[in-house]
Design a protein around this ligand. Structure first.
Ligand SMILES: [Zn+2]
Ligand SMILES: [Zn+2]
Length: 472
C-alpha cells in the first residue's frame, strides 16, 4: 500500500485516494514500508499548458450545425483557419471542410503550429471526437488535446527518462519477486491433503502463498479527470480523458506509457471480485487468500464423506435446476453455503456443481497455452515417457492451477479406489473429466474432436500416477 506525499494536494487525492488507503491496519503497514514520493513536475507542466480560447465568428449562417457554437466559421479555407488561430496558443475554431461539403474540421494552435483535424459528432451520444476519445463539448476536446500535446511535446526527454527509470525498477522488482525464501504459510491445509513442501526451483514448490502468485493486472482504459499519479513510476498522469489505465481487480492506476512494463503482481481486492464462478482461478485465490477455491474443497469434502461408494458417481448427472440455484447462491453471497446431506440430499448435484465450476473457468485448469504440450505428452507410447512428460508439463502450470489440479487428481484417485462399488475407473473418470479440465484453444478447435481420446488419457494418467506426476 502506498501513500502519496507531495507539496500540492489535488482534490481527487482527498476524495478518491485517502479514503481507500487510510484504514488503521494499513497505516501500521505503511510505517515499515518505503513511502514513494509522488512526482509533481508533470502536474505543473500540465498547469502551464495553454487554455482553449475560441476564435469567435459573428457571421450569421443560413445553415449551420446546431452542435457548434460561436467558434464555428462556416466554409473557410484551411489557410484562413490557420491564420485565425495563430493569434495565440490554444486558439481554436470549427469550420466546414472545403474538400467535402457537409463534413467539419477543427483547427487549433499548439506549440506554435496550427493543427487540423476532421471533426465528428455522434448524434445519438451527443459527443464530439477526432479520434477514440469522446467529449461533450468541443472546448473539452481541445482542452484535452492541448494538455496532451503540450506535455508530450515539451517534456519528451523527461517522459523518456520515465521509461529508463521503470526499466531498471522492473528488473529490481523481478529480482525481489523470485528471491523470496520459505516462510510460514498463513494458509490452512486441508486434513485430507498431505501437502508437503516439494523440493524444486519453482515458486510454487516453495511455500505456497496465494499473495505471491503471479497475476496480470486487468487493465481498462480510464479517464483520470483531475489529479492522479501513476502507481508504477509515481509521476503525474496528465491529460483529461482516457489518459491512463485502471486495473479493475485491484485499482492500480498507471500511465498508458507504463502499462506494458508492469510485472504480473496484481493483488485483487475481494470487494472488486464479487463472483466465484467464471472468475479466473489465480484472481480468485489471490482475492480470497486461499490455496484453492473454497467451492473445490467443500465439494470434494462432501463427495468423499458420502459419495465414494455411490454407483456412477460423477457420471450420473444431478438435477440441473438445483445445480444452477446453488451456483447462483454462491455467486451472490461470495461464499459456499451449507451443502451437507440434510440440505443438499442428492450427491450428484454436488458433483455437478464441482464439474460446472471447473468447466466455467475462463482459463481451464490446464490452460490454453499448455494444451498442446499436454496433448503431445499423451501422444507418446511408452508409459514411462508419458509420466515423465506429464510431470514436466505440470511444472509449467501457474501455481493456482497446479494446486487445484493436484488436489482434484488426488480426490479422483480416491474415487477410483472404490471402483468395485462406484464403477468409476480412472479411465471412466478420464472420459468425464477430460473436457472439464482441458479445452482446446481456438486455433486448435478443428483438431479438437480428434484430441478427445488424448484428453481422456491425460486425465487417466494424472489420476493413476498423481503421486509421481505431482511432486510431494
Ligand atoms: Zn491489478
Ligand atoms: Zn507511469
Amino acid at each position: 500500500m502506498q501513500r502519496r506525499s507531495f507539496d500540492i494536494m489535488p482534490r481527487s487525492y482527498n476524495v478518491a485516494q485517502v479514503n481507500r488507503q487510510n484504514t488503521l491496519e494499513e497505516e501500521s503497514q505503511l510505517s515499515s514500508e518505503e513511502i514513494p514520493s509522488w512526482k509533481s513536475h508533470l502536474y505543473f507542466v500540465q498547469k502551464r499548458a495553454p487554455k482553449p480560447q475560441r476564435v469567435v465568428c459573428t457571421k450569421v449562417f443560413e445553415k449551420r450545425p446546431s452542435y457548434y457554437g460561436k467558434e464555428y466559421h462556416g466554409l473557410i479555407p484551411r489557410d484562413e483557419a490557420e491564420r485565425l488561430v495563430m493569434r495565440c496558443e490554444g486558439c481554436f475554431l470549427t469550420r466546414e471542410r472545403q474538400k467535402e461539403i457537409g463534413t467539419y474540421a477543427l483547427t487549433f494552435r499548439i506549440n506554435n503550429e496550427a493543427k487540423h483535424y476532421r471533426l465528428y459528432y455522434d448524434e445519438q451520444e451527443k459527443q464530439h471526437f477526432v479520434g477514440e476519445k469522446r467529449f461533450d463539448t468541443v472546448h473539452d476536446l481541445v482542452e484535452d488535446g492541448l494538455i496532451t500535446m503540450y506535455v508530450e511535446y515539451n517534456e519528451k526527454d523527461y517522459i523518456s527518462q520515465m521509461t529508463l527509470f521503470r526499466k531498471s525498477r522492473e528488473i529490481q522488482n523481478q529480482d525481489n519477486y523470485y528471491s523470496h525464501t520459505d516462510g510460514d504459510s498463513k494458509l490452512e491445509v486441508d486434513n485430507n491433503d498431505n501437502y508437503r513442501k516439494p523440493s524444486g526451483s519453482r515458486l510454487i514448490q516453495n511455500s505456497f502463498k496465494a499473495s505471491e502468485c503471479e497475476k496480470k493486472h486487468n487493465f481498462q482504459i480510464h479517464s483520470f479527470p483531475m489529479s492522479y499519479w501513476c502507481n508504477w513510476c509515481h509521476d503525474f498522469i496528465w491529460g483529461l480523458k482516457n489518459n491512463g489505465y485502471l486495473c479493475t481487480d485491484c485499482s492500480f492506476e498507471c500511465h498508458k506509457q507504463c502499462r506494458d512494463d508492469i510485472p504480473p503482481t496484481c493483488s485483487p481486492d475481494k470487494k472488486r471480485v464479487k463472483k466465484i464462478f467464471e472468475v479466473d482461478l489465480t484472481t480468485l485465490i489471490k482475492a480470497h487468500d486461499l490455496r484453492r477455491p473454497e467451492v473445490v474443497d467443500r465439494c470434494v469434502h462432501e463427495i468423499e464423506t458420502r459419495g465414494l461408494q455411490m454407483e456412477g458417481i460423477y457420471r450420473i448427472p444431478g438435477f440441473a435446476d438445483d445445480i444452477t440455484d446453488l451456483k447462483n447462491t454462491i455467486d451472490k453471497d461470495g461464499v459456499v453455503p451449507n451443502i451437507s446431506e440434510e440440505i443438499v440430499t442428492d450427491i450428484n448435484v454436488i458433483c455437478g456443481l464441482f464439474k460446472l465450476y471447473l468447466r466455467n473457468l475462463p482459463i481451464p485448469i490446464i490452460p490454453f497455452d499448455l494444451y498442446d504440450r499436454f496433448i503431445e505428452s499423451a501422444k507418446l507410447t511408452e508409459r514411462l515417457d508419458i509420466i515423465k512428460s506429464l510431470s514436466e508439463a505440470v511444472k509449467s502450470l501457474p501455481p493456482a492451477h497446479y494446486e487445484t489440479l493436484k488436489y482434484t487428481c488426488r480426490h479422483l484417485q480416491r474415487v477410483s479406489k472404490f471402483k468395485e462399488k462406484n464403477l468409476m475407473t480412472p479411465e471412466n473418470l478420464g472420459i468425464v473429466f477430460g473436457p472439464t479440465l482441458m479445452r482446446a484453444p481456438d486455433h486448435l478447435a478443428l483438431e479438437a474432436v480428434g484430441y478427445i481420446p488424448y484428453q481422456k488419457k491425460i486425465v487417466q494418467f494424472l489420476i493413476e500416477e498423481q503421486d509421481v506426476i505431482f511432486e510431494k
